[in-house]
Design a protein around this ligand. Structure first.
Ligand SMILES: Nc1ncnc2c1ncn2[C@@H]1O[C@H](COP(=O)(O)OP(=O)(O)OP(=O)(O)O)[C@@H](O)[C@H]1O
Length: 456
């Protein structure tokens, strides 16, 4: 069955009148619902991802509600499931919670309440990424700070000014440098990248400026350097903070005079390339501490662009994760989508490796994950552990060092996270499992950073 853009609901029960009533109620509220009298017919369709929500009865002759859920989950499918029953007992409610149902309703249930609970589950398990991403060359973003940077690049790229890109490792400096070239009037000319940290210091000068035959041992013939190769295009010097003092002086000379000399040569050659550079160091601090030449810093830093780390770009987490997921699923499958709850938890994690770490994480999931959705429970332990606030000592080990309030806070956070995980990331269900008022549960979850859902 082809998927439509509306979220599709399936009701499973073997009483035709109940099916008709449920479908009429939901369709009356503009929800896309259908029913199936046979669990054995319905399960394969559910497992192949035809539905966004399953509502099931408990007592069904062909296969009971709990067995339906076990088979669906056993096939690796994490579609949210609501159980509706007229035969609810405490035990069945506990079993339903254990199996991770998104909600458990006992009859009689008012029409309005039913629709409200269904809508809530649909929202909580909806694919994330509601924002419309913006793009710049090969970069995409859904974050306001990044979109402002994209706009800045569109303004400065066509000029001749040098650009210095600052930012932590893996946050997109290289991609941004290339975008500047692509948006510039030089885009048809060469684009040359040099990673100053990857080339041994004694070879870097000849790499940049070339060398003449016999310039040093092993220089058996003349070699053209990267400045020459770049011609009238752009040369991108990555990790410029790693340049030795000697090379800093030589680069300063090129920027001041527009000329350079091959190693071992006498002739001045003209440089026409535009220079874009990047570093993950705090260059102004390097200058203050005497490790980087101030005059070179000012010449490089005509226009500076500071790329924020991923943890300061919450609007990018869901968009980039889904973007990479779509790229990495190449075997014809429909790429799984990240749910809002999963993205909320990913926003709490600090992503020390920035976009590169997110990219690797999406690649692993693309290979290993089966099923149409990525839920909180599918996230790797480092993301969940972070939400737990580990490492921390147990109260008995260090009672004298941890104030009571802090110990209580740690316990509260750990407890809430466990409950939210048991509830498959569904906060309403979490509140029910914890036997807490829903509003209080939401507020606590938010205070501990276990959700960033802004409407809580
Ligand atoms: N906004 C983005 N959209 C799409 N892909 C991105 C984006 N930002 C970064 N990437 C991807 O993330 C990875 C890391 O980005 P990049 O190499 O540009 O980071 P960097 O800051 O230059 O890292 P380093 O400091 O280690 O050199 C690359 O594979 C890049 O394609």
């Amino acid at each position: 069955m082809a998927k439509t853009s509306r979220q599709k609901i399936l009701f499973i029960d073997d009483i035709p009148a109940l099916c008709e009533e449920m479908v009429d109620t939901l369709r009356g509220e503009h929800l896309d619902a259908e029913s199936n009298l046979s669990p054995l017919d319905a399960i394969p369709k559910v497992v192949q991802g035809d539905y966004d929500l399953v509502i099931t009865g408990l007592v069904i002759a062909e296969l009971g509600g709990f067995d339906i859920i076990r088979r669906i989950r056993g096939a690796g499918c994490r579609v949210p499931i609501i159980m509706v029953t007229g035969f609810g007992t405490e035990q069945s409610a506990i079993e339903a919670a254990r199996l991770g149902v998104a909600d458990y309703l006992t009859k009689p249930i008012e029409r309005k309440e039913l629709v409200a609970r269904v809508r809530r589950v649909l929202v909580e398990h909806a694919p994330a990424v509601p924002e419309r991403p913006k793009s710049l060359a090969r970069m995409i973003s859904g974050d306001a700070k990044m979109n402002a940077i994209f706009e800045k690049v569109k303004t400065i790229a066509p000029t001749e000014s040098r650009v210095l890109i600052l930012g932590e490792t893996g946050c997109g400096k290289q991609l941004l440098a290339h975008a500047i070239h692509q948006q510039s009037k030089r885009s048809k000319e060469p684009y040359v990248e040099v990673n100053c940290a990857a080339i041994p210091a004694n070879l870097l000068e000849s790499e940049l400026f070339g060398h003449e035959e016999g310039a040093f041992t092993g220089a058996s013939k003349r070699r053209v350097g990267r400045f020459e190769t770049a011609g009238k295009g752009t040369i991108f010097l990555d990790e410029i903070g790693e340049l030795s003092f000697d090379l800093q002086s030589k680069l300063l000379h090129v920027l001041d005079s527009g000329k350079f000399t091959r190693v071992g040569g006498n002739n001045d050659l003209k440089s026409h390339a535009r220079l874009v550079s990047a570093t993950n160091r705090d260059l102004s601090k390097e200058v203050a501490q005497g490790r980087f030449r101030a005059d070179l810093y000012y010449r490089l830093n005509v226009i500076s662009i500071e790329l924020p780390p991923l943890r300061e770009r919450p609007g990018d987490i869901g968009i980039l994760a889904q973007h990479f997921m779509n790229q990495f699923v190449t075997d014809g499958r429909q790429p799984p989508t990240f749910t809002t709850s999963a993205v909320d938890m990913m926003k709490v994690y600090p992503w020390p490796g920035n976009v590169r770490e997110l990219q690797n994480f999406a690649e692993q999931l693309a290979v290993l994950h089966q099923g149409p959705r990525i839920e909180v429970t599918d996230l790797p332990s480092r993301i969940v552990q972070h939400a737990l606030g580990v490492p921390h000592a147990s109260p008995t080990e260090s009672a004298e060092r941890i104030p009571f309030r802090k110990a209580k806070d740690q316990f509260e956070k750990e407890y809430l996270l466990k409950v939210i995980q048991d509830a498959n990331g569904n906060l309403a269900e979490g509140a029910r499992l914890a036997d807490m008022d829903r509003g209080q549960f939401y507020r606590l979850a938010k205070r501990h950073g276990l959700t960033t859902n802004s409407d809580l």
